[in-house]
Design a protein around this ligand. Sequence first.
Ligand code: NAP
Length: 267
Amino acid sequence: MTNKIINIFTNETDISLETKSELTKILVDKGYTVTEESRDNADLIICIGGDGAFLETIHSCKFPQSPIIGINTGHLGFFQEISPDCLEQFIKDYENGQYSIQDLSTVEATVTLLDGRSNMHLGLNEIIIKGRQSYAIHFGLSIDGKPLERFSGDGILVATSSGSTAYNYSLGGSIVDPRLDLLQVTPIAPMNTTAYRSFTSSILLPAEISLEIFPEQEDNRIFILNDGIETGYSNVKDIKVEVSDTMVHLMRFKNYDFWNKVKTKFL
Ligand code: NAP
């Protein structure tokens, strides 16, 4: 018998709900305390669903320190690890310590307003900075305090390595092996004309380097999206984007192979 606490989150699809009740029964029979409320002291968090459900779990648990494992009932599942057909084997491997922990970096954006107030947003996949609706946004972009370009276009996306296969890839960004710790800055519909000059491809920055954004108009309206969660701001002075100290501790089992997932999903 065990006194471990397991936190289970799920999306609402039939297969996820069935998997949750099967898993809960197995765990309760083995003496685990199973809860659906976010608990700081959980020994393990289990998320049943696809990558979208995984992101939701991470945000609703406020980027937990506990290890987390995903059971994939979605499409491919880059974060998700376990098949719903292998619950008994998963618990056996967990109890025998037959796993490793993959520490995933996150990206944070600190938005400072002209009146001095500031706010922070954290993303596991990415941070997006864009203008309102389909208006172009114009801003200066500095790397580590040094001006690099004057950007004009729909916006920019700053992806972590593990977020590189999400929206970043749809925008023409590169797939990055999650073992590399870096930020990928991918332009969204950059203008590149005689009037405006912006990079048209992604740039890669080492994890210890930050980037700063300085909107050109003082009465600006800017939107930040962290993993798809949108927040609007007015009168932004600057936005600093950098790798955060917060990490997500993903449990991986012996068959995990990032490049095989990439091959299956994209080729
Ligand atoms: P959603 O619009 O319901 O799902 C977007 C898709 O992105 C889903 O198929 C999801 O996989 C997949 N996905 C999420 N993270 C991924 C990752 N790290 N690698 C590969 N695929 C990934 O939105 P959501 O479920 O709330 O997820 C928010 C994320 O959607 C954002 O962080 C952004 O990256 C992504 N997104 C992509 C586009 C695009 O590609 N054009 C547009 C908007 C947002 P599952 O099917 O397994 O859930």
